[in-house]
Design a protein around this ligand. Structure first.
Ligand code: UDX
Ligand code: UDX
Length: 458
């Protein structure tokens, strides 16, 4: 094993930060530096208030920071010293011209590749960590190997499979680590250098090696399959609401078939997060660009179903609240795209907020971790919005509570106390199916859960 390897990560975000912290924690022989253009973010990584909320992250950072884990804004020096460079800058969906709304916006990637080339004095291994469209490595490589000094760079794809909220666990005990490279001697060497890092703590049989394109495509496909399961069960939830079926019972019954399996079958107000939508739309775009329109339409429907599910949730609120929410105070419990994160990217809560404001509702948002992001996301929306850290204060005088994130704290609130402070009739819309619906109904709430017959008093 190499006793001193310099690892650099460009991009100190939700992926780069936790991944490098775990690599440093587990690989004492590696010196790990994380750089970012965002000075405030780097300052936060060097402080006691880390820039992202992730269970277990504080401990890992505390153990490794200053020992073999460093956060810095000096990108040039970082590049110069590095043997292996992970690139984890954000690849957003393009918002303009060709491919707008679907293709990935690769300008940061290209900029980063040029930066690496400009500041390198020897060849290096460059690892794609961000999710990118298939064949991005090829473009990267062309830029990296275009220099006049004859430096050789080897590009490796090592897609990230961590989920937010469980990032540390996913990194410490991954189902698998995937490393793709060219099938040349230089490619194989680069692949080995990256797998050796992980092999410090991940069993070898969980490290999958493949060619570069398979690794890239596997990441998009994994996310597309996960999202597809949610859209599938959400489509069935609509059917359950109009029949006597209960979506949790259906999910349980099908999930016990070992070929189907129980996970990712939780019906909800919709999936969010920075990856699912973007990755599927990338898949759609790539398929179209190869003339595979049927493939494109197939995967696109997963996203369409999700948009429909979010809209349907609000339509159901409207219909049950006598076809108007104008002027009514509505408490949104949760704004994060899932529990245990402060991240709100693509959160269904944003779509719900937007549609409620269009209906002139008075929206009060509460969330234990995501209020700051909620404020930023909704800053440009017009209408009555409040942000309230205390769920009891949020529900005071409200006509309805809508649970949009499955935070554990919402299960254990004193609902009798909430009800006492609300307008009547009082409604609960459980967009995550986490509450005890029968008990709430008996208490006096009219309860609407996803994929279930309503329990209503009015
Ligand atoms: C990750 C993956 O990289 C991305 O492909 C996936 O779609 C979402 O998850 P994430 O870590 O969540 O991205 O993104 P973010 O938290 O936005 O972090 C990216 C960081 O890169 C930011 O801190 C940004 O300042 C930094 N950056 C961006 C640079 O340092 N240089 C750049 O040129 C661009
Ligand atoms: C996802 C992938 O799981 C991860 O492997 C990849 O690296 C990045 O994208 P993440 O977006 O962090 O991770 O969260 P995930 O747990 O996958 O949840 C995504 C969304 O689906 C959330 O909004 C979640 O609430 C929703 N979801 C998940 C459901 O609605 N039902 C489910 O059964 C599971």
């Amino acid at each position: 094993m190499d006793t001193s390897v310099n690892v650099l990560c460009i991009g100190a975000g939700y992926v780069g930060g936790p991944t490098m912290a775990v690599i440093a924690d587990r690989c004492r022989h590696a010196r790990v530096t994380v750089v970012d253009v965002n000075e405030a973010r780097i300052a936060a990584w060097n402080s006691d208030a880390l820039p992202i909320f992730e269970p277990g992250l504080d401990d890992v950072v505390r153990r490794a920071r200053g020992r073999n884990l460093f956060f810095s804004t000096d990108i040039e020096a970082g590049i110069r010293d590095a043997d292996i460079i992970f690139v984890s800058v954000n690849a957003l969906t393009k918002t303009f011209e060709e491919g707008a709304g679907r293709a990935a916006d690769l300008q940061y990637w290209e900029k980063t590749a040029r930066q690496i080339l400009a500041h390198s004095t020897r060849g290096k291994i460059v690892v794609e960590k961000s999710t990118l469209p298939v064949r991005t490595a090829e473009a990267m490589e062309r830029i990296l190997n275009s220099g006049e000094r004859g430096l050789r760079f080897e590009v490796v794809s090592n897609p990230e499979f961590l989920a937010e909220g469980t990032a540390i666990k996913d990194l410490e005990r991954p189902d698998r680590v995937l490393v793709g490279s060219h099938e040349t001697p230089a490619g194989a060497n680069a692949r080995r250098a990256v797998t050796d890092l992980y092999a410090t703590w991940v069993p070898r049989d969980r490290i999958i090696e493949s060619n570069l394109w398979s690794a890239e495509l596997s990441k998009l496909t994994a996310n597309a399959f996960l999202a597809q399961r949610i859209s599938s069960i959400n489509s069935i939830s609509a059917l359950c609401e109009v029949t006597e079926a209960d979506v949790d019972e259906v999910a349980y019954a099908i999930g016990t078939d070992s070929r189907i399996g129980p996970r990712f079958l939780k019906a909800s107000v919709g999936f969010g997060g920075s990856c699912f939508r973007k990755d599927i739309l990338n898949l759609v775009y790539i398929s179209e660009s190869y003339g595979l329109d049927e493939v494109a339409r197939y995967w696109e429907s997963v996203v369409r179903m999700n948009d429909w599910q979010e809209a349907r949730f609000v339509r159901r609120m409207l219909a049950s609240m006598f076809n108007t929410v104008a002027g009514k105070r509505i408490a949104l419990f949760g704004f994060a795209f899932k529990a245990d994160t402060g991240d709100t990217r693509e959160s269904p809560a944003l779509a719900v907020t937007r549609q409620l404001l269009d209906e002139h509702a008075h929206v009060v948002i509460t969330d234990p971790q995501a209020l700051a992001n909620a404020r930023i996301d909704t800053a440009r929306l017009e209408g009555a919005i409040e942000y309230e850290p205390d769920p009891y204060a949020a529900a005071k005088g409200a006509h309805a509570i809508a649970v949009l994130t499955e935070w554990e704290v919402y299960r254990t609130l004193d609902y009798a106390r909430l009800l006492a402070a609300m307008e009547r009739p009082a409604f609960v819309f459980d967009g995550r199916n986490i509450l005890d619906h029968r008990r709430l109904f008996e208490m006096g709430f009219s309860v609407y859960a996803v994929g279930k017959r309503p329990l209503k008093h009015v």
